[in-house]
Write a protein that binds this ligand. Structure first.
Ligand SMILES: Nc1ncnc2c1ncn2[C@@H]1O[C@H](COP(=O)(O)OP(=O)(O)OP(=O)(O)O)[C@@H](O)[C@H]1O
Length: 224
């Protein structure tokens, strides 16, 4: 689903963030991405979602060569993925239903099909009955659930999350990670960047550590 070969990313005037980075996440897989602050975790996720462009190397997502993707093809790429952020990024002036429905409206889903899909998504994240609430009426964990419903309502192949539990306490963090695991078991490929080693080491998914611009599987050493 994601294949990176010798990926480089340099922001203008800065040292390289990612350098000859290789990575493979197979279709249907789930993995964690960790590493020190500033190591480049968000940058790698932004390359995958095409929020940033490669400086060098190649990156394939769902068979598409992102180095060759034209700007007008980016919306179609994004429709194959759901993206979850640390700060939820819900629209505070719309209720939970409308926040989730927006994904389908942007994707051009027929009006009559929006309602059942939004309600099914809210049910999957445990927010059935909260559709009419505004985000500010939800707890942090519930807001993240709403954001996850928004990310999965269009049945994406790939779910990307950048520090999704960064604002949550340990119990809520576990619940949110279990929710990602649930969607992975339904067949969605999942990649999650997180600092929270204690949280992810209890799970069985591979942990990739970003260090000096390269990725290694936790427990492996980078060869000199
Ligand atoms: N748009 C940008 N322009 C210039 N430099 C950037 C930009 N975005 C990120 N950087 C730099 O790239 C490096 C990696 O940043 P990135 O946000 O990817 O790291 P991270 O591992 O996600 O960090 P954190 O865990 O603190 O969120 C940092 O040194 C950062 O300052």
């Amino acid at each position: 689903m994601i294949r990176a070969n010798k990926v480089c990313k340099i922001y203008p005037g800065r040292p390289a963030v990612l350098q000859d980075l290789d990575f493979h996440l197979p279709r249907g897989g789930m993995a964690f991405l960790t590493g020190a602050s500033g190591a480049g975790k968000s940058t790698l996720l932004k390359l995958v979602t095409r929020a940033e462009t490669l400086t060098g190397g190649s990156l394939f997502v769902d068979g598409q060569d992102l180095g060759k993707l034209k700007a007008r093809q980016v919306p179609r790429l994004r429709r194959t993925m759901g993206i979850v952020f640390q700060d939820y990024r819900l629209l505070m002036d719309r209720n939970v239903y409308d926040n989730v429905a927006l994904t389908l409206e942007v994707a051009g889903v027929r009006h009559s099909r929006v309602r059942p899909r939004v309600h099914a998504a809210l049910e999957q994240v445990g927010l059935a009955g909260r559709a009419k609430d505004r985000p500010q009426q939800l707890s942090g964990g519930e807001q993240q659930r709403a954001a996850i419903a928004r990310a999965i309502v269009h049945n994406p192949k790939l779910l990307i999350a950048d520090e999704p539990t960064g604002n949550l306490d340990p119990d809520l963090s576990r619940e949110i990670m279990d929710l990602f695991s649930h969607f992975n078991q339904l067949g969605v490929t999942v990649l999650i960047a997180t600092h929270d080693l204690a949280l992810i080491e209890r799970m069985t998914y591979p942990i990739f550590v970003l260090q000096s611009g390269q990725l290694r599987l936790e427990g492996e050493r980078i060869c000199a």
